[in-house]
Ligand binder design. Sequence first.
Ligand SMILES: C[S@@+](CC[C@H](N)C(=O)[O-])C[C@H]1O[C@@H](n2cnc3c(N)ncnc32)[C@H](O)[C@@H]1O
Length: 227
Amino acid sequence: MAYLLENVVPWGRNFNEYKKMFQLTDEDLLNKIIGFGDGPASFNCEASKLGYKVTSLDPIYQFSGENIGKRIIEIKDIVIEQTKNNANNYVWTELKNLDELERVRMSAMKTFLDDYEKGKSENRYIYHELPQKTPFDDQTFDLGLSSHFLLMYTSLGYDFHIKSINEMLRLCKEIRIFPIVDLDAKESKITNKVIEYFKNNYIVNIISTSYEFQKGGNLMLSIKNMP
Ligand SMILES: C[S@@+](CC[C@H](N)C(=O)[O-])C[C@H]1O[C@@H](n2cnc3c(N)ncnc32)[C@H](O)[C@@H]1O
């Protein structure tokens, strides 16, 4: 099925949020990192400015910055309204209210858009759609990240998740997925099945993090290749 921009809800988080979601230590950040479904997050831009090596993959990178920017403006009020209608599902400590949520998200996405053309020319933003094979050799990266994509969109199904995670583990020594709840902040129907599938041949851990915006969504799944 064609991946159309009018069906996409681009919404991006920043470097500090990624650091907390994935419990990224100074040592982790010195590794070669790849983000799957990074979309309009500013993690790549901010990390690159600090000298770290981050590659981001996402289907939206097939579109121009201008069109991604237009789509962000189209969906912003809808996303804020939906969050307002479900405000009880969120923890309002780091982000104090809807205004702050909008300000922080829009600032992250502006940072991304300002960096987009430069990042593309440096191969930091690469068009790719999971679960397809990526154009990289086995174990090219130390750490692979998926923020607010895998495990969350349960409707993509079990096979999609297993194929996607297998491809991530082909490329990366370790992968981390945050959160492990679904879009309604309920236990993801896929998480336990994924753990069952990988636990015998990989090192699998659920790790508590210092980031919680969706209530109960403060856990990350780490899957490591055996040494
Ligand atoms: C909710 S956004 C999260 C963006 C970013 N990771 C963050 O947390 O700020 C989900 C992202 O998944 C991307 N996505 C959708 N389908 C995908 C696929 N098949 N493979 C990889 N990414 C996909 C979307 O384009 C979007 O950018």
